[in-house]
Write a new protein. Structure first.
Lengths: 82, 286
């Protein structure tokens, strides 16, 4: 087994199980409770860094992350990843 | 960071050889620094105006204690004129720079909010799922609006702070006024552009024939079922842009009202602090 093969996930599992792993992960992270918890955390961090600490780029980054967590589920569902 | 400053009396000329504020944070920092450095000038000006008005009343043999309300009005009128005259020391260049910074910051942040508004309205009207659910809970509805408006409201609260504390400063007053004028003009332009753009999208761009053309263009990598879903989604989502156009007008009004309300509410308190600092006993703000 070469070095590159060690980094290839399909060396360690088959492609169906690999896809199931990601689908399960997306379903857990971007549906229901965990999605809401992450989105609220990112939003509060955006306010903390953007308004309180006056670090606008970091605030904007966390705001974008909150948006992604809130709205990405239908895109993943549409592309068959959820 | 801007250079220059003054305190303890005398006229200080601003706006020449200063570094131009690059962002609204720079502008707010400049205003706060000038406000702190020139607070003594403002207090001295208030005291000198009070003495001048008191002498005018004494020359007329008028009794302040008999008509304190009129004395207060005379004092405020004279103070306003004196501050306007003193604030001519802030150059036109500096005023324009503060206006420009307020305008740019307000326009850019407002456009970001305006683009996020259709997402929030789409969630409320159950066209866009949020957190994976098509039926949003009350928490979800509140959260998506906070996401869309939070940045703008935070910005308004942030700039209202500087208006609150430095609006009455003799040199910071024109800075705050010009900065805030830029913010208002930027917000108004943003509201106008967003209103026109959303109506343009609804009336001209998202016609059925163009939606069909777009879906057909995507047909090479979409199945028939997904192409139909895409077409129905865009067609049903269209009216959200009309709603969003009016929501943006409402949120812009809110964005503009926050600093104005802050100044109105804080003006009395700020004036009280100035009066106390100048040790004036004949005028009370309660």
């Amino acid at each position: 087994m070469s070095v590159a093969d060690k980094f290839n996930p399909l060396t360690h599992t088959n492609s169906d199980q690999y896809l199931v792993f990601w689908t399960h992960l997306f379903n857990t992270l971007f549906n229901g409770f965990w999605a809401r918890a992450m989105a609220v955390t990112f939003f509060l961090l955006a306010i903390w860094f953007g308004v309180r600490r006056q670090h606008m780029p970091l605030g904007a980054l966390f705001l974008v992350l909150a948006l992604i967590v809130a709205y990405i589920a239908p895109l993943l569902r549409f592309s068959g990843l959820m | 960071m801007a250079k220059g400053g003054g305190g303890g009396g005398g006229i200080t000329v601003f706006g020449h050889g200063l570094e131009k504020p690059k962002s609204f944070l720079d502008a707010i920092e400049d205003i706060e620094q000038y406000g702190d450095h020139t607070k003594t000038d403002t207090v001295n000006l208030v005291r000198e105006t009070y003495i001048s008005v008191k002498r005018q009343w004494q020359r007329r043999d008028a009794d302040i204690s008999a008509d304190p309300g009129q004395f207060k009005l005379d004092f405020e009128s004279q103070l306003r004129k004196t501050m306007e005259a003193e604030s001519d020391n802030v150059s036109s260049k500096a005023r324009l720079e503060f206006f420009e910074v307020g305008f740019k910051g307000s326009l850019l942040s407002g456009l970001v909010t305006a683009m996020l508004t259709p997402l929030a309205v789409g969630v409320i009207e159950e066209h866009i799922p949020v957190f994976g659910d098509i039926a949003p809970t009350p928490f979800d509805k509140a959260f998506v609006f906070m996401l869309a408006l939070g940045f703008n409201i935070g910005y308004a609260l942030f700039i209202s702070r500087v208006a609150k504390y430095h609006y009455l400063g003799v040199y910071t007053r024109p800075m705050v006024r010009n900065f805030y004028s830029g913010v208002l003009v930027g917000a108004g332009l943003k509201a106008f552009l967003s209103f026109i753009f959303f109506h343009f999208l609804y009336l001209k761009i998202l016609k059925d024939k163009y939606i069909i053309q777009l879906v057909l263009a995507c047909r090479s990598f979409l199945s028939e079922e997904k192409a139909i879903i895409m077409y129905e989604f865009i067609r049903d989502f269209k009216p959200v842009f009309l709603t969003s156009a009016y929501v943006v007008l409402f949120t812009t009004a809110l964005f503009v009202a926050i600093p104005i309300a802050s100044v109105i509410m804080a003006k009395k308190k700020a004036m009280t602090e100035l009066i106390d600092s100048a040790q004036i006993i004949d005028i009370k703000y309660s």
